[in-house]
Ligand binder design. Structure first.
Ligand SMILES: *Cc1c(COP(=O)(O)O)cnc(C)c1O
Length: 364
């Protein structure tokens, strides 16, 4: 469903009672992740007759929803995740927000939802971040996590694409993910699968996450931090973690990451790291890699590092892998050299400390 890119401006609704400065300061002193929210939100409606309309930036609060709203029954929902960073000179910036907008629309197409003009998506994010700039956590490496999402609001129990939607953006101050010496994570190889060929694996939809909760709980129960999913057809090829893409580093200095075949979420961090690694002249392969080969290569020393990547934690080393049929350590079990180097390169660009050759940084 294409939508005409009619210019639409956000109306500002006054906030009757913004959070008092002292309460806000204590909320953002140690925000953690995903539990503190700012004062405002953006809401934009869509229906068949009007397209995108009724765009507001107003007080954050509950959204009235009919109990028959399709999203509550058939999970027609998609989302994005990006961050506002603090540049070295004190200004705030977004990182490749156009890519989040494009991916949001790709997810919308897969879930039979209307696309939103990319400029409207980015403008909604930009204005909201500026409106709640006071909520930017003052901790080193802190950020404002931005969560745009869209859901089917039409009250209708028939099974077909809904005819009414809401696009919403909220903000959550996030703490420091950049603590030096971040520990390597331990991952659990699940017997459950995340995405089948022809399914929704490449779409960022809530349904994928709902289905990953049992395997994630299983990983926790077995003493691990994250799940690693194998492909659904052969149960052999490594795909990704529940919410992060994977990279493998070999003793010849080359890198491998699984290819985007439709069952893996096309991460923007993944794409950025591939670009940076290519610039470094590293040998790169986007190829399938099997769980048995991963174990054999870790044992022989051919595989020296593995890391996961995504917006929330940027780059996280994987130190240990276990499952019903596997148990092995990668390298020394701690963060690897190339992992650290690539992470630093990316973080330096995001913070305005390194040259932004690809115009990835959008200063606010
Ligand atoms: C969002 C997400 C990622 C990471 O994408 P980024 O754009 O790098 O944040 C990876 N896998 C899944 C399943 C995701 O939902």
């Amino acid at each position: 469903m294409a939508t005409a890119a009619a210019p639409l401006t956000l109306s500002r609704l006054p906030h009757p009672a913004p959070t008092a400065p002292d309460r806000r300061e204590s909320a953002i002193a140690d925000p953690g992740f995903g539990r503190v929210f700012t004062d405002h939100m953006v809401v934009i409606d869509w229906d068949e007759a009007n397209g995108w309309h009724n765009a507001t930036l107003g007080p954050r609060g509950p959204i009235p929803l009919d109990p028959a709203a399709s999203v509550l029954h058939y999970a027609q929902e998609i989302f994005e995740g990006l961050k506002a960073y603090r540049l070295d000179d004190g200004a705030m910036a977004l990182f490749r927000p156009d890519q989040n907008a494009a991916r949001f629309n790709a997810s919308a197409r897969r879930l039979a939802m209307p696309e939103i003009p990319e400029e409207l998506f980015v403008e909604a994010v930009r204005q909201l971040v500026l409106a709640d700039a006071d909520w930017f956590p003052k901790v080193e490496g802190g950020s404002l996590y931005i969560r745009p999402f869209m859901f089917a609001s039409e009250p209708f129990l028939g099974v077909r694409p809904a005819k009414q939607y809401k696009f919403v953006v909220i903000l959550s101050p996030a703490g420091n993910y950049f603590k030096s010496g971040a520990p390597a994570v331990s991952v659990w190889v699940s017997d459950y699968t995340r995405a089948a060929p022809g399914g929704t694996g490449a779409a960022k939809c809530g349904g994928n996450y709902a289905a990953s909760l049992v395997p994630t709980s299983e990983a926790f129960a077995n003493g691990h931090d994250q799940v690693v999913f194998l492909d659904a057809a052969e149960r052999k090829w490594i795909e990704e973690l529940g919410g992060m893409n994977l990279f493998f580093v070999f003793d010849d200095g080359s890198l491998l990451t699984p290819p985007l075949t439709g069952t893996i979420l096309p991460g923007i961090t993944r794409d950025s790291l591939l670009t940076l690694a290519r610039e470094e002249g590293l040998a790169l392969r986007e190829e399938r890699y099997s769980i048995d080969q991963w174990q054999a290569d870790a044992a022989s020393g051919r595989l020296v590092e593995t890391f996961a990547c995504g917006t929330a934690a940027v780059v996280t080393p994987v130190g240990r892998v276990a499952g019903r049929a596997h148990d092995f350590t990668i390298g020394t079990g701690g963060p690897g050299q190339l992992t650290g180097k690539l992470k630093q390169k990316l973080v330096d660009i995001q913070r305005g400390l390194a040259e932004d050759r690809h115009s990835w940084v959008m200063r606010l």
